[in-house]
Design a protein around this ligand. Structure first.
Ligand SMILES: O=C([O-])C(=O)C[C@H](O)[C@@H](O)C(=O)[O-]
Ligand SMILES: [Mg+2]
Length: 435
């Protein structure tokens, strides 16, 4: 008989490493992506030497909370996640970080103390599950109750895009070229299908007047007949404009994402169209569900495990959606492979996931993994390796961390409007509704 291996999963250390990751000049209604975007890499280390990985937003307000929240984990078992979440309530959030604030200028909805904490806890939870899975020899999806599919489908996330970041600004080059009109968007979609095999397409809108974006979606429908299409202007339209766009594109849209801002406006649009409405803006916390579902304001909630508070909360959200007959899928923000692995594990466990999930990953040329995750026919295979099934590349982590250390502070907080002002000094975050 072999002696049982010693397994001490007491957390002895939590390493927090902020990084700056290359990001192409992708346009949205607030401005343009900075050349580098902040992320936080989390490593939870246990007494027996196991290390689990997590990843979340890396802006200052998250970093401020990361150390005190990580400290509540040290000395406890990686499996004690319910205790971690209860203890986190005691960690104070600076009122100036939430008072009158919205998340990324509103792109991710409200900003509350709870949501800020959850946005950090999610990375700690993922790292704990990764460590637990590695130690037990079980994949993260098994710790969540097991997968119901072997591959998770993602959609091509199309953006209006400039060819490059402004001259004279430190940036990495990308090979996607510009996409500033319907032909450019169709060409970008073709590149997505050639490189990754995606079968459904989401266009980030709210950049150009609605008629131009309608033309782009029409061009996509002509180029990819029968493929699911979505348009997401991040709340840039009035109710009237939203209804008009829904009427014009109703025959080709799988859903319209956050056409208007807030639950009342979304409810009004929903009452006047049969096109399903999806959101990652007006329902981003459990507190918003009652009103949104009660008013039938949204037909699909796009979960994001980062701000919903992790993989188990994503499952809770999915169960609530199912109970109320609301669809569920997944939102994304600029992220690396650790988060894509986490998204894939949890998505694999959600039975009624009927829409392809969003992912920015194809836009990220850099990663902190020894091996990038890959898309095959638009899907990511669900790993059955222990934990998340990914390996940290310490050298890459060090390079991206050094970039963060050397930054003068101007890139450490995502600010799409500030990035826009580099080429357009008069630019201010547009008042909503914009059209
Ligand atoms: O679906 C969404 O609203 C997003 O993906 C939000 C992001 O911030 C997106 O607008 C972006 O990356 O510019
Ligand atoms: Mg959205």
């Amino acid at each position: 008989m072999t002696a049982p291996t010693s397994r001490d999963l007491t957390v002895t250390e939590v390493r927090l490493t902020p990084v700056l990751v290359a990001d192409p000049p992708l346009l949205n209604t607030q401005g343009v992506h900075q050349p580098y975007t902040p992320r936080l890499i989390v490593e939870v280390v246990t007494a027996d030497g196991t290390t689990g990985l997590g990843e979340t937003y890396g802006d200052t307000k998250y970093l401020e909370l990361a150390r005190p929240l990580a400290d509540t984990l040290v000395g406890h078992q990686v499996a004690d996640l319910n205790r971690l979440f209860a203890a986190a309530d005691q960690v104070a959030v600076d009122a100036s970080r939430v008072f009158g604030q919205v998340d990324v200028g509103g792109l991710r909805g409200v900003q509350t103390a709870d949501k800020l904490r959850l946005s950090v806890l999610s990375a700690l939870e993922v790292a704990c599950l990764d460590a637990l899975g590695r130690s037990l020899g079980l994949p993260v999806h098994a710790l969540l109750g097991g997968k119901v599919r072997d591959a998770v489908e993602y959609s091509a996330y199309l953006f209006y895009k400039r060819a490059g970041h402004p001259e004279g600004v430190a940036a990495e080059r990308d090979d996607w070229g510009a996409a500033l009109d319907p032909a450019g968007i169709v060409a970008q979609a073709r590149t997505f299908t050639e490189r990754y095999g995606f079968g459904s397409f989401k266009l980030k809108g709210g950049v150009f007047p609605p008629d131009e974006e309608i033309a782009a979606v029409r061009a996509l429908a002509a180029a990819f007949p029968g493929h699911p299409l979505r348009l997401d202007p991040n709340g840039a339209w009035s109710v009237e404009t939203s209804v008009k766009v829904a009427e014009e594109l109703g025959d080709v849209l799988e859903y319209l994402e956050d056409p208007a801002l807030g639950i009342p406006a979304m409810a009004e649009v929903a009452a006047r169209t049969s096109v399903p409405l999806a959101t990652n803006m007006c329902v981003t916390t459990f507190a918003e569900i009652k009103e949104a579902f009660g008013r039938d304001a949204v037909q699909v909630v796009l979960s994001d495990h980062h701000y919903w508070g992790g993989l188990r909360n994503t499952q809770h959200l999915a169960a609530l959606c199912r109970t109320f007959g609301v669809g569920v899928s997944m939102h994304s923000n600029t992220h690396l492979g650790i988060s894509l692995a986490a998204m894939t594990h949890v998505a694999a466990t959600v039975p009624h996931l009927h829409h392809a999930c969003d992912s920015h990953y194809p836009w990220q040329s850099e990663d902190v993994l020894t091996e990038r995750l890959t898309f095959e026919r638009g899907t990511v295979r669900v790993s059955d390796a222990p934990g998340l099934g990914v390996t940290l590349d310490r050298d890459r982590l060090a390079v991206l961390h050094r970039r963060w250390l050397e930054d003068d502070g101007s890139l450490r907080d995502r600010d799409d409007a500030a990035a826009m002002r580099v080429t357009d000094p008069e630019w201010v975050t547009p008042a909503m509704p914009r059209w």
